[in-house]
Design a protein around this ligand. Sequence first.
Ligand code: SF4
Ligand code: SF4
Length: 302
Amino acid sequence: MRTTAFGYSTQCNIKCEHCVAADDTQKSEKMELPQAKELITELDAAQVRGISFTAGEPLIYLDDITELIKLCKRYAIYSRIVTNSFWAKSPDRAENTIIQLKKNGLSQLRLSYSRWHQKNVKQQNILNAAQSCKKIGLDYFISFVTDFSKEDDAYENFLRRHKLRFFPEPVIFSGRAKSFERTPLRTDYQANRCPMNPYIAPTLDMYACCDAGSHFTKTNFFHLGNLQDTPARELFKKSETHVLYNHIRTLGITAIASFAGFRARDIIGYRKCELCELLFNSPNTLEMLQKEAASGLQSWHR
Ligand code: SF4
Ligand code: SF4
């Protein structure tokens, strides 16, 4: 099923220290509403069946986003909004927003939560938003961004104490989090396969990866093209048929790193996106992998 992350605007009302979406050198960008509507119509024609509104904080533009989810509903496209819950300052305010979103067809709300977000937004907002979703009957989950350090125990306990539905999500050491100290991991040799959800930026540039990969500026490896020049259908096809992207989906980053000569002991010391950056944001390594994509790398499986 074709899905995409949709960056209506990169503007955010807070400034989290770990934000992967932010690059302090870039000014924020925003689509025009009519252009965004046309794009959703085009995505429907390209058989996209799920859209996640993300990038900065989508609900700064609550009325525009409401228009866009209404359009998704008309096309039977599953819609999700990723939000920091700044708007859920009281149970009443949370409920009014959730009613508006649900009435206009939103399928799911994803609440971002972490010790970094919560320096700017009260934990109580998350609770107000989640409890309103339960009351109004809107599907929700909490994305608990963590570096797995002890400091995060209190944040996880808060979610458990209030019986909220949450999933831990490893912090990505990219964007503002690039200089964070890495906590040691205790996992074994994970495959690190990546489903690779594409991302459409407000500039209409489309990337094959919606996370750190859109910041690989030395090689622009994940940049698929711009929707002003190329139809969405073609850019999705490019993403789906790209041999190296498909190796990321099926072989995984770990096997590709091993093929590229990384020692097993070193591989387990990196996070998935860091390893991905070493492989695909290095012009020399990328050139070698491109040459081997349909030969040596093709046979690098058990
Ligand atoms: S992590 Fe989310 S809420 Fe925080 S600054 Fe980035 S876009 Fe805004
Ligand atoms: S591992 Fe690579 S493809 Fe996967 S999310 Fe990270 S940067 Fe993107």
